[in-house]
Every structure is written in C-alpha cells, then in structure tokens.
Design a binder for this molecule. Sequence first.
Ligand SMILES: Nc1nc2c(c(=O)[nH]1)N[C@H]1C(S)=C(S)[C@@H](COP(=O)(O)O)O[C@H]1N2
Ligand SMILES: [Mo]
Length: 364
Amino acid sequence: MLGLFQDKPDLIVHSRDPLNAEPPLARLRSRFLTDTADFYIRTHGNMPEPDAEKHRVTVKGDVARERTWTLRDLQGRFETRTVTAVMQCAGNRRADLQEVRATTGDPWAPGAIGNAEWIGASLADVLREADVRERPGLHVAFEALDIARNEGAKDAPYGASIPLEKAMSGEVILAWGMNGSSLRREHGAPLRIVVPGYAGVRSVKWVSAIRVQPKPSNAFQQRHDYLLFPPDMSPETQDPARGTAIYEMPLNSAICEPGPETTLPAGSTTVRGYAIATGRPIVRVDVSVNGGRDWQQATLEEKGDQPWSWTFWHIAVDLWKGEHELVVRAWDAAGQTQPSRPDDVWNFKGYLSAAWHRIRVRVD
Ligand SMILES: Nc1nc2c(c(=O)[nH]1)N[C@H]1C(S)=C(S)[C@@H](COP(=O)(O)O)O[C@H]1N2
Ligand SMILES: [Mo]
C-alpha cells in the first residue's frame, strides 16, 4: 500500500483501508488527459495483485461457447482499441450534498473524476467471440477478485452489471492499459472494464468473469448500493425497490481554479474548470462572480472528436475587493442545465451531486 502513496503523493486521502483518494483540483485541471499519478482511486475492500501471466477471465452464462482467456490470449486474439473516456464516481462532489444534510459515504470534492486513454479489447468483440445470444433485456455482469466490505451486509466479491445493449455498443472496453502503460494495480490490473458515460461503479476492476444473464448482477454494489433514492428515504427506511440503479451520469461542471477560500489580488483572475455531459456535447458554460445573479460565457477549450471526454473551460473575470461567490453551470446540446441548489438533488447516499458549483473567494 505504501508504494502507491509514494507514486501518488499529492492525493487527498479520504480513507486508507479501503483506499479512497482524489487529486487536488488544480492538478486535476492541469492536463486534459489526467496523469495516472493524479487519478482518483476508489476501492471497496482489498486491492488484489493477481499474476498478470496467470490471471484469466471467463466469459459465461447466455453464450453458446464459454471461453477463458489470459491477458496474453486477449492481446493476441482481439484488435486493440483505445477509447478516451472520463471515469467518474457516482459520489463525485458529494461534499456539497453533505453541506445540506448528512449523507453516508466519503466527502468527495469534485476530484473523483479523471479522463484517461483506455487500451484493450472491445467488450462487444469479446462477447461475440463467445457467441453471445443477443436478446433484448439481457445484462452483462462482471465478477471481481476483491472482497468488498459491505455496509449492513456480509463481505462479498465486488460485482456490478450493465445492460447487454451497452456492452455491445463498441465503446465498452476490457482494458489492460491506461495512458500508454499497463494498468496499475490500484486501477484494476491486469484487466478491468471501462464503461464510458456510466458511473465508475460499473467499470469493474480486477475482473475475473463476465456473465451474460437475464437479470442485473446479484452483487451488493448492484442491488443495494449505488441506487438513487428519493429524498424522503433514510438509511433506516431504505427500500431497494424504490431506488434507481445509477448508470448514466448527469450533466455536471466544477471550478478547479482558483480553489475554495483562496485569497486573490484585485483585478483579473482566470477561472478554470471542467464540464461533462453524457451522450450530448457541452455547448456552453456560464460563470458568475456574484452568486448566480449575472453570468458570463466561458471559453470552451478545443478537444477534437472525444465524445466520452470532459470539456475544459476558462474565463478571465475582474474581481474587486471583498468576498465573492464564484459559480459555474454547464449546458448540453438539448438546452439542459444543472439544478441551482444541492438541496434540489439531496439523497441520503449522496449520489449524483450535480448542482451549480459554488466557491467563495476573498479579494484583498
Ligand atoms: N473490483 C472493483 N471494481 C471497482 C471498484 C471496486 O472497489 N472494486 N470501485 C468502483 C468505483 S465505485 C469506481 S468510481 C471506479 C474507480 O476507478 P479507479 O479507482 O480506477 O479510479 O472503480 C469501480 N470498479
Ligand atoms: Mo464510485
């Protein structure tokens, strides 16, 4: 475990065991492709270290030919695909919801997100090679090697699933590489799933089996955790039947620079951050320096044809002496924007925190 911290010395650690950590926002905003050293880590239990030569993944369930491959087999048999995509935790920005009322879970700032180039095989190719039976309503469940510590339930292997339709879309990757190198242990080596556009929980690390089945995964992460509950529900009254499994992530944005509670000199300050949407491009980002009364348009930075990446933005604003509330909100191509207050989206598990991001700064 210590080795990881030597390589990622700058991360803000929420817990050491299991290891949960995120980068400071200025570092996060410093590169469009997040350095692996600055990439957040989210674990639920132990951190396996399987032998990359011996590790195998089995494709089973509703397939005509059950198949088992090593990493080397996969690399030899399948065309190598790269997808640049954001990985983002459903709990990203939870700290803002906790300002409204307590929630369960770690107080993530807006750093439980990163944009990486993922290298591997297309999951669709892998499933086809096992002669998957493509019928509507099927799910693809991923089983992992780590044992998750589940709140209010027994420890059990981590697992999650996605609809078969998403699995066959071509963008889902059975990944062995990240940013030009082999996957690192904390990010799921030797093999992980990467599901662009979906909450990180579905991108199962240390994957050992892929099962096509009529129902979503039976694992705790799928059936009891990572559900969006209505606001009246509490840990005592929670009823999984009234929760919605979180797949696609909502429109979101955050100010990365300046940092909250910074003291700045009077005059021009450049505000920088990210915006992210799923399935639609970001078309506009508004920034306010007076708590959301007036808005100015930020410049969207060029990102090329990267539908699963975030959009970086920046704007120079003039600030006078005193206290200011800086606010950001993003718009997608359907003209949708974010809710103004975290109160509107509060839920006791603290998921999908996507209200306008506000920070206070002082100008001397
Ligand atoms: N096997 C396994 N896969 C997992 C997890 C885990 O604890 N175990 N955490 C999930 C969650 S909630 C997130 S947000 C992402 C985080 O990926 P990262 O640690 O590579 O950033 O991995 C997902 N896949
Ligand atoms: Mo997550």
